[in-house]
Structure formats: C-alpha cells, structure tokens
Design a protein around this ligand. Structure first.
Ligand SMILES: Nc1ncnc2c1ncn2[C@@H]1O[C@H](COP(=O)(O)OP(=O)(O)O)[C@@H](O)[C@H]1O
Ligand SMILES: [Mg+2]
Length: 253
C-alpha cells in the first residue's frame, strides 16, 4: 500500500480550478519532485494534502486513513510535516525554542503541563534531548539561543525544516525550500535533503524551481500545469518529455 494516495482531487476557487482531477500515489521513503509554472497549483495541492483547504472533489488516504476532511492538526498528528513557501517562524523566540514549540504541539499533555506533574518533567527532559539532537543534525547548535530572525536567510530555511521534522513525520512536504538561496546555500540544502532522507527514512515531496536540485535529489517527478498532472515519471523521462519542455522547461535543462 502507498503511503499517500490522492484520487481525482479538485480544488475550485470560484471559477478557477487551481487543482484539477489530480491522482497521485506516493510510496514510503520516496522523494518526489513537484514542478510546474507559477500558478500551476503546487502550493494548493500541498494545502489540500495538509488539511489547510478542503477539496472540492476527490479524496486523500494517508497511511491507510481517509484524511479528506481532516483538520490540519489531525493530519499533522498522523505524521505529516511541512514547510511553507514563505518562512513561518516565531521570530522573537530563539532557534531552540522554535523547535521546542513544534514538539509541544505534538501530543501535548495539557493537564500535566498545567500542574507541572512528574510526567511533565520527564517529557520536558525528552523534549530537550530531541531539541539538542535536531540542532546538532541541522548544524544549528551554535545559534541555539539567538532569536530566529537574527539568522541568515538560508539558516532560517534550515530551521523551518528542523521544526517540521520535530514531530517525527512519515512524510515531509517542502514548498520551495531553495527560494531566495544563493548557489552554495542551494547545494548545501540539496545535501541536507538527502541526509534527512537517509537518516529519518521518510517520504519527501519537494516543490522546487531549481531544476538541478530537483533532478539530482528526486527519484520521481510530477509536473503540474493549470492544476493538472501533465507528466509523472523519472527525472530523465520528465526532462525529455516534449510536452513538459514546451510547457515549462523551455528546453534549457
Ligand atoms: N486562497 C486562494 N483563493 C483564490 N485563489 C487562489 C487561492 N490560492 C491559490 N489560488 C490560485 O490558484 C492558482 C494556483 O496557485 P498556487 O497553488 O499557489 O500555485 P503554485 O504554487 O503552483 O505557484 C493560482 O491561480 C492562484 O492565484
Ligand atoms: Mg506555490
């Protein structure tokens, strides 16, 4: 069984079909690239898969459960992590606190936290260890006590991914993680995505315009145009598909 199955998914915004009849399967531990011109519906598809929008039609099954009508926090708790096209961090909190907050959001035991019961201090210790591990893995330990907004842009992007991984997802959706990065930051990000995949053994879906990154990192690539899947195949197949070249790649890949 696939980790994620999307069947004839459609999202209309008034008269506009942002996602149109998309069917897609994502396997466990797969790295899938999602590409297409601006406005093709990539972010909307992420928003449907993470419960931000309810689909107009179609259904979504994640890890054997129908999540078509589930709320974002329910979907997150099932093991779906994501980052956003525009960075969303708690700017005034430190780097470490940003990760800690993400851990708190997962399976929060509110009663014990309010009353500071022994369970709380135990959980708190485990959380601190997890934060330390993530800071180490993402090479952010040196910045742990700095406010998130004092970090360079590339590091903020990295912290966002660390946050998304804090809840131990089975699948991670990355929406244009290299946007605004310089070539050396992009190369570092490429290595980081592969390292995450290796270490955490999760599925990753990557929306990205940097074709080198997509083609080097992804095992399979899905191309959207006007909300529709126009091609789904290996990077080689996608790069050599005349329709994809005409629609998007412009022959320069
Ligand atoms: N909340 C919304 N309300 C109305 N239209 C939207 C909304 N979100 C996205 N759209 C429209 O849906 C289309 C797809 O957008 P989007 O999914 O952001 O594309 P992409 O991420 O591929 O650039 C665009 O035409 C966009 O303007
Ligand atoms: Mg987008």
């Amino acid at each position: 069984m696939s980790l994620l199955e999307v069947e004839k998914l459609t999202k209309n915004f008034g008269g506009l079909q942002a996602v149109a009849n998309v069917s897609l399967k994502i396997q466990r531990r797969e790295i899938l690239g999602l590409i297409g011109p601006n406005g093709a519906g990539k972010t909307t598809l992420f928003n449907l898969l993470t419960g931000v929008y309810a689909p107009t039609e179609g259904f979504i099954v994640f890890d054997g459960q129908n999540i078509t009508k589930s709320k974002p926090n329910q979907i997150a708790n099932l093991g779906v992590g994501r980052t956003f096209q525009n960075i969303r961090l708690f700017n005034q909190l430190t780097v470490a606190e940003n990760i800690e907050v993400a851990l708190h959001q997962q399976n929060a035991d509110l009663l014990s936290e309010i009353f500071r019961l022994p369970l709380f201090s135990q959980q708190q210790k485990i959380r601190q260890e997890k934060v330390a591990q993530l800071l180490e893995f993402f090479q952010l330990a040196d910045y742990a006590n700095l406010p998130a907004n004092s970090l360079a842009y590339g590091l903020q992007r990295r912290l966002e991914i660390a946050r998304a991984l804090a809840s131990a997802p089975k699948i991670l959706f990355l929406d244009e993680p290299a946007a605004g990065m310089n070539p050396s930051e992009t190369k570092e990000l490429m290595d980081l995505i592969l390292k995450i995949h290796d270490q955490y053994q999760i599925a990753i879906v990557l929306i990205e315009h940097d074709m080198k990154l997509v083609m080097n990192v992804c095992q399979r690539v899905c191309v959207l145009e006007y909300g529709r899947v126009i091609k789904n195949g290996t990077p080689y197949e996608v790069q050599n598909d005349p329709r994809v070249i005409a629609a998007y790649l412009g022959g320069d890949v």
